[in-house]
Design a protein around this ligand. Sequence first.
Ligand SMILES: *Cc1c(COP(=O)(O)O)cnc(C)c1O
Length: 211
Amino acid sequence: MDSVRLLAVSKTFGPDAVVQAWRAGQDAFGENYIQEGVEKMLAVREQCPQALLQWHCIGPIQSNKTRLVATHFDWVQSVDRLKIAQRLSEQRPPEAPPLQVCLQVNVDGGANKAGVAPDALEALAEAVAPLPRLRLRGLMCIPEPAETWEAQVAVFQRARALFDRLNERGYGLDTLSMGMSENLPAAIAAGSTLVRVGRGVFGFRARKTTG
Ligand SMILES: *Cc1c(COP(=O)(O)O)cnc(C)c1O
């Protein structure tokens, strides 16, 4: 079985929590809110310049935030339209390595409408893959909560099937980002390669998170 990596979702937690997790061996962190994430990574770098961390943007991206993402993040998992991908590629600083990208798929057509529709995924992948300053690595999904284990696994298997199909077409994807505190065993059972865990790592989030 392939190994599953852990992305620690540090949204709403301060730089101290990130440093503490890093001292415990964690090096990949996810942020939903771009401004908050950038401030935090700069604070962590100042406190702990020796920490080599990987920062993933996992939240919605408005056009006016692409430059911040392209300048500061290592990965972005929430790309769901070509215009955003093009801006990220144009704005990625020339001295930085390519920005690592996952396409967000609305795998269950959920009320949370972020993500490309499954039937539009291949066209988006085809358009994003050649962008020069991006590297397409995989897919990300955030399904609606499902009641049963079987229902959870079924929706994650749909994402896995989309991932496998792109690889049959030669995309060479290695990252399938799915599973959070509530449903990560089902995501792993369905073939997740990267789980995104917030409360399971940092504990209760006191501050209500808004988009
Ligand atoms: C908050 C968040 C997570 C982590 O959620 P937890 O329930 O705290 O594990 C994972 N992915 C995304 C996109 C999130 O916004």
